[in-house]
Design a protein around this ligand. Structure first.
Ligand SMILES: Nc1ncnc2c1ncn2[C@@H]1O[C@H](COP(=O)(O)OP(=O)(O)OP(=O)(O)O)[C@@H](O)[C@H]1O
Ligand SMILES: Nc1ncnc2c1ncn2[C@@H]1O[C@H](COP(=O)(O)OP(=O)(O)OP(=O)(O)O)[C@@H](O)[C@H]1O
Ligand SMILES: [Mg+2]
Ligand SMILES: [Mg+2]
Lengths: 464, 464
């Protein structure tokens, strides 16, 4: 006979932590660092704070055999975490502030907890969270995660006076890991982060005491992404039911205008006429069949496309500057495409191409991938950008041969990135996204081929 | 200011359903079918029941535009679900009977629910579950999932007399989908299932009324996999703490023998001496630091390797017969490797190679992948088997050129398959697993090259 049990989400991700990117001590160090850095960058970016992040990894014991144990400490000058939210933000899986329709690095309510959870199961030590939102107090929590019940255990709580009105968050915990093996990827992650967030000031001290400084440039902060409303094309019966349940709108017309983006009086009435609903009906009075009919009609009606002004792209200037600073290429060109949509979510594709100079020839195109300003460093062969760059573009048409030093950068920003994995390693090949990347890469490839033609012509002229 | 919220695991997998393999109407049909078939096969295999599965998909409406709506009905003769467990088994995410250390197709407590959830959010209709464990009653439940609270809503419950002592489960629900696009993959999935479960009798009726019958051969059922104990090398502090908390053992020596596999008196004492613990101590009396020390010592000590007798491999005979039946090749050879382990989990790699006959030349090696008797049909380029077959083996050494019709089959069975995704699409390249697959494929490649040499020699002899 089968024996049935339920497990908590913390237990699920504990048992399946490789699905969240915590496969082994080497990968765990990388994943812990990226999850913490992404949290700190979100805490700054979203509030137009120029990020100052200090990350230190120190080796605290060598057991001789088996993986090393490290102490990880990260400090940021972000918005801070309100004291009542701290225990759950860091001790409850599937809890966070990024479950909105907003372009953020965070999306699952899981990443920071996975780092602390991995630390806890390998070292049995507690996590220390110190944070202030800039008010009179600084709050200090010592936490453990009760994995089986998915809730934080507060081991200690303290309040300190905040004389300087410091605002930010400090996280400190221990974990097993293999920094030596992880190092190349960790440094690459920080370097690529500096390309797409050049205004961020990141200081990193590694277990050997080496200091790496990624100085933030003194440019204006990009405008932060904003929360947006649903677009009717992204709505299913479940979402519609939830909106109906919580709405204060008394009529269908009001309901549409209030809960969906870019629906005014005219569009609302035109749609309801198309869907054959009386605009004055109470949304809460719809029968289940009517809700299904409404959801289907929403998918079929020709609404204005999603408003992408809620997004915060890099911009061509910033992307080119970041590529120049990182690779010092002979030629670089960046392109920000016009907004597009998939399944009702707005997204923007931005690409850059670099040739020569510091770009290494690698027997093919070197691909740099970013999503919502996060560098993606693993599983590139499964990513939609890889498919475009390696299978869908004929580079010879652009005078590019495999032995030439060419790098392609792809950034996608959206209110919902179609990650295929919980570890945010690669992006699904949604047709609309694939098409956008293809058209964008074709355009910058064309610009490179123009440059190469001019260069070839100039070369021949010189030899005459 | 950030606004914090928690979401339920059902809500998490609803929002991120593409992570679970429910990306679009085409893929959703495939995923729903595979999740249901795998549940039915588990319900039979685990109890040495020769599976008889009836799967029917009927089209229930054409909305003209947008995806079709189908009614899906599956019936098996498996062990059935006890009535008190039915609502949660089909209406609560992260609930199931496969959270044990046992080789099963199911592992996450999620798959069946994802199919029903997808049906619910696209059609707003209820799921019907009818099941009996062979006792006097048959139980019928009409369910919905309360996604935000992750709990089943029982809309209707009925009991019927079970005069024939029928035992099994029937699931019926509606979902949006694109069967036409999904069909090739669905049929391929059923065909490959027939290769590795040839004793299963599967009847499938598609929306056009076409009937596909995969007749089960009349062979003995393989011995079912059994539940096993933890191996000390697979234990971390969290698991150890849970075992200590729930143990009835009064001494450390007793604790080890009771909760871990292959530890007898001598091993227990030798280990405790190595780890410097008094064998008579009460495990519940250990301090947190001592638990950490014990966990680390367990990882370092040279215990007997995990007992793989709990596993249920295909066997070379069955695998060869399945390949023959499916591909009718000119040459076929199968190999079941000796058990191996990764992170304390036992696993067995089995491979097959087929050449000529019905095997199509495809410009490379055609790769068939299986894990715990599940066919894996997506993302092959990310899979460890793909890496081995395409990057780590020099086929020319075995007289195989890319234009030849060669197929390689890889099956891995284990108490824990290292899937990289919740959708069970591909397997991580754990070094121990990669090494086993590499050695296995080399062996069958060697056998093929022998055959090809003999054939070449015979050819030349004939021409003389
Ligand atoms: N350094 C920080 N400063 C401010 N808030 C933070 C910080 N780190 C975490 N948080 C808060 O804690 C929440 C949970 O973080 P966590 O990393 O677990 O999930 P997430 O970032 O929301 O999503 P993801 O799993 O995709 O990372 C965040 O949503 C954020 O509100
Ligand atoms: N056809 C069936 N016959 C008997 N029991 C079933 C059947 N389908 C589901 N179950 C029971 O319901 C539980 C939940 O199934 P579900 O598919 O959601 O998760 P799982 O199979 O345990 O794991 P996975 O998510 O990997 O499929 C199973 O563990 C099993 O006990
Ligand atoms: Mg995060
Ligand atoms: Mg299942």
């Amino acid at each position: 006979m089968e024996v049935f049990e339920e497990i908590s989400p913390a237990d699920f991700f504990y048992r399946n932590r490789d699905i969240a990117g915590f496969t082994n001590p080497t990968r765990a160090i990388y994943s812990a660092i990226r999850e913490l850095v992404e949290n700190s960058l979100d805490a700054c970016d979203l509030y137009r704070i120029k990020p100052e992040i200090y990350l230190r990894i120190s080796q605290i014991s060598s057991r001789g055999e088996g993986p090393e144990v490290y102490r990880i400490r990260i400090r940021d000058n972000g918005i801070g975490v309100p004291p009542e939210a701290i225990p759950s933000a860091f001790g409850q899986v599937l809890y966070g502030s990024k479950y909105k329709l907003r372009q953020t690095r965070g999306t699952f309510g899981l990443g920071g907890k996975m780092a602390l959870l991995y630390g806890q199961i390998t070292t049995h030590s507690e996590a220390v969270i110190i944070s202030s939102t800039g008010a009179k107090k600084i709050y200090e929590y010592h936490l453990r995660i009760d994995i089986q019940n998915n809730r934080p255990i507060v081991l200690k709580r303290a309040e300190h006076e905040n004389a300087d009105r410091w605002r930010g968050t400090i996280i400190e915990f221990s974990m097993e890991g293999d920094y030596t093996r992880a190092m190349p990827k960790v440094l690459e992650y920080l370097k690529q982060t500096a390309i797409v967030t050049p205004y961020a000031d990141i200081t990193f001290v590694d277990p050997r005491g080496r200091l790496y400084r990624f100085s933030g440039i003194d440019s204006a902060m990009p405008k932060p992404p904003t929360e947006t409303l649903y677009h009717p094309h992204g709505v299913d019966v479940e979402t519609l039911n939830r909106l109906i349940k919580s709405t204060r709108a008394r009529t269908l017309e009001e309901f549409l205008k209030r809960h969906f983006q870019r629906i005014g009086d005219r569009t609302a009435r035109a749609f309801l006429e198309y869907a054959k609903f009386n605009p004055k009906r109470d949304p809460k009075g719809l029968s289940p069949e009517e809700v299904v009919a409404l959801a289907n009609a929403m998918k079929g009606f020709d609404f204005l496309p999603p408003d992408a002004s809620c997004l915060s792209p890099l911009g061509e200037e910033l992307l080119e500057a970041g590529i120049r600073k990182e690779l010092n290429p002979e030629f670089v060109s960046a392109l920000t495409r016009r907004p597009s949509t998939y399944s009702g979510y707005p997204f923007i594709v931005e690409v850059g191409i670099a040739y020569g100079g510091g770009v290494q020839a690698s027997g093919g195109i070197t691909l740099y991938r970013f999503a919502n300003k996060i560098p993606l460093l693993f599983d590139e062969a499964s990513d939609v950008s890889w498919k475009v760059v390696n299978n869908l573009i004929d580079w010879r048409r652009y005078k590019v041969s495999p032995d030439m030093p060419v790098a392609v950068f792809v950034h996608i920003c959206s209110t919902k990135i179609p990650y295929k994995t919980v570890g945010k390693e690669f992006i699904a090949d949604r047709p609309e996204v694939e098409r956008e990347i293809l058209n964008a890469v074709r355009e910058v490839a064309r610009r490179l081929s123009l440059y190469l033609s001019k260069k070839e012509y100039a070369e021949r002229e010189r030899r005459k």
